[in-house]
Design a protein around this ligand. Structure first.
Ligand SMILES: Cc1cc2nc3c(=O)[nH]c(=O)nc-3n(C[C@H](O)[C@H](O)[C@H](O)COP(=O)(O)OP(=O)(O)OC[C@H]3O[C@@H](n4cnc5c(N)ncnc54)[C@H](O)[C@@H]3O)c2cc1C
Length: 397
């Protein structure tokens, strides 16, 4: 029997990975994206072993490895004093430990690889400039409301997967769930050419911790660019990924930092900022034949660097649930039940990491001592439960 096509709203990271897994399983997919072009906006994302295990079956690993970088370690320092506190081994160590490398990549590079794979697949129809604003579940399928191509208006789909990101319309308009909330934290980011910079900047991830702020940097774009992100508490709000911002303002905010991290900030000239938002993962992730994945279900703060990875895991598991259960509401219920505890735990870990990164004096003295005296592998092994996750171990019964 011919299967009805599946609709996905949002061709971001989770939406495209979901489309590729569904098409691989024999489904026809219509992927609706609000943006007219998939822009080059964004900065770095972490692709840890758990995320790569979901991308591997799609045959994308070799392409990604060329564009991504594989940092040798995470070098942790105190931003105020400039002291080096710990070095968490990645590189060969992480690859041997988890059986898959730990990569970092520019979001635009990941998006390009996914888009090319989507365009190569005959069973995926990508519709750019087609926002989906709402959906209705009817007896014969799910109908979408939005700026759709004429031949798909009033067209019934087997189900709708909403991957429309942190400001999801399907979340608020269709499922009537609470919207994302501003977190009171702002991320400033930039990329600079890496040529001529120190070996440390070219080969490692840096994490500098300060009072209510921190700084992260790592190489991206085949090692040609240094991605720099500074995060601090600030009440500024906007629903936009890349507001241009004044460098003077940013430098002033890190004025009392030590020379080494301040010089890294000085490298950047074209900074943009975005207001970090969050969605509690404990609200519903599906109703009937409409399901949320990625940020639309559980946008999290970036302090565990797992936002994209959780969306990629969701995409892979939702497709697996639809393989296992022919009844769609049952498949979506199993998807939600299997994902929620893990995503909630990762989201809580991100909140906890922020508390540690942003400790003021005197709390930071104890933190720095613990970091100085911990064995490097123990600092990585704390997160084995995140990185050792495998899609094939997930119970969807
Ligand atoms: C432009 C952009 C830049 C980003 N930059 C970074 C970054 O530098 N670092 C970082 O950690 N995270 C960044 N993110 C967020 C990161 O991609 C996500 O947190 C994570 O990858 C989870 O992905 P997602 O697919 O759930 O959401 P996203 O990757 O945000 O994708 C959501 C997609 O849905 C589309 N969309 C929105 N509304 C509708 C609608 N009504 N109908 C159809 N489509 C819709 C959006 O245009 C977008 O393509 C960025 C997201 C975007 C959209």
């Amino acid at each position: 029997m011919k299967r009805m096509p599946i609709a996905i709203s949002g061709a971001g990271i989770a939406g495209m990975v979901c489309a590729l897994h569904l098409a691989r399983n024999g489904h026809t997919v219509h992927l609706f994206e609000a943006a007219k072009d998939l822009s080059e906006v964004g900065a770095g994302l972490q692709l840890s072993a758990n995320a790569l295990r979901c991308l591997e079956p799609l045959g994308l690993l070799e392409e990604l490895k060329i564009l991504a970088t594989r940092p040798n370690s995470v070098e942790i320092g105190n931003g105020r004093t400039g002291a080096h506190l710990a070095s968490i081994p990645l590189g060969d160590h992480a690859e041997t430990k988890y059986g898959t490398p730990y990569l970092v990549i520019h979001r635009a590079d990941l998006q390009r690889v996914l888009k090319q794979a989507v365009e190569r697949h005959q069973a995926i129809h990508l519709h750019l400039g087609c926002p989906v604003d709402d959906a209705m579940e009817q007896v014969d399928g799910v109908r979408l409301i939005g700026a759709l191509p004429a031949h798909l208006e009033n067209h019934p789909f087997a189900c709708l997967v909403a991957a429309d990101g942190v400001w999801s319309k399907i979340r608020t308009n269709t499922l009537r769930l609470p919207p994302a909330e501003f977190s009171g934290r702002v991320a400033y980011r930039t990329t600079v050419p890496i040529k001529g910079l120190s070996d440390r900047l070219r080969t490692t991830t840096g994490l500098w911790m300060g009072n209510k702020s921190h700084l992260v940097h790592y190489p991206v774009h085949s090692g040609e660019l240094l991605n720099i992100v500074a995060i601090r508490r600030e009440e500024w709000k906007a629903e936009h990924w890349a507001y241009t911002t004044s460098t003077i303002e940013l430098r002033r905010a890190f004025d009392d930092w030590a020379d080494e991290p301040r010089q890294i900030l000085e490298l950047g000239e074209n900074w943009t900022r975005w207001a970090l938002c969050g969605i509690q993962p404990d609200t519903a992730w599906h109703q009937g034949r409409i399901a949320l994945i990625g940020d639309a279900a559980h946008a999290m703060l970036p302090f565990m660097a797992q936002g994209a990875a959780m969306g990629i895991e969701d995409a892979c598991i939702l497709a697996a649930a639809l393989e296992k259960h022919s009844d769609i509401p049952t498949a979506f219920a199993r998807y939600e039940a299997s994902r929620k505890p893990r995503v909630s735990k990762v989201s809580k870990q991100a909140v906890n990491n922020e508390r540690i990164y942003h400790l003021p004096i005197p709390g930071c003295y104890a933190r720095d001592l613990v970091l100085r005296t911990s064995s490097p592998d123990s600092l990585l092994s704390k997160f084995d439960w995140i990185y050792n996750w495998k899609p094939e171990d997930v119970d969807l019964n």
